[in-house]
Design a protein around this ligand. Structure first.
Ligand SMILES: [Zn+2]
Length: 109
């Protein structure tokens, strides 16, 4: 019997683009976009492949918006309300800027 394959959301250091990768034991992964091999530094979410793909879309959308706004990390804490099981605790802090924009936008997350 196969174990359920878990996926997670990673970000390429070179293009800063988010993408879905299958969870492996290795701490190395290869970017699907530019082919760069890199270390697994940070995980932005974890779950089924479908969930991860949806999350990646949101993150990349937010990333584009963040570049437009060119401003993040103001004061205050943004509570991560939705999908709290899906996003590991450890990634919440790093995702805060994105989430802040998400909440100021709409219900993207
Ligand atoms: Zn890349």
């Amino acid at each position: 019997p196969n174990m359920v394959q878990e996926s997670h959301v990673l970000r390429c250091f070179s293009r800063q683009a988010f993408q879905v990768q299958q969870v492996k034991k290795s701490m190395k992964w290869t970017c699907k976009v530019c082919g760069e091999k890199q270390s697994l530094m940070q995980e932005f979410g974890r779950g089924t492949a479908a969930n991860c793909r949806r999350h990646v879309q949101k993150l990349n959308t937010l990333r584009g918006r963040m570049l437009e706004m060119n401003s993040c990390c103001h004061s205050g804490e943004q509570t991560f309300r939705t999908n709290s099981h899906y996003i590991p605790e450890s990634t919440r802090t790093s995702a805060r800027c994105l989430l802040k924009i998400a909440s100021s936008g709409k219900h993207l997350l």
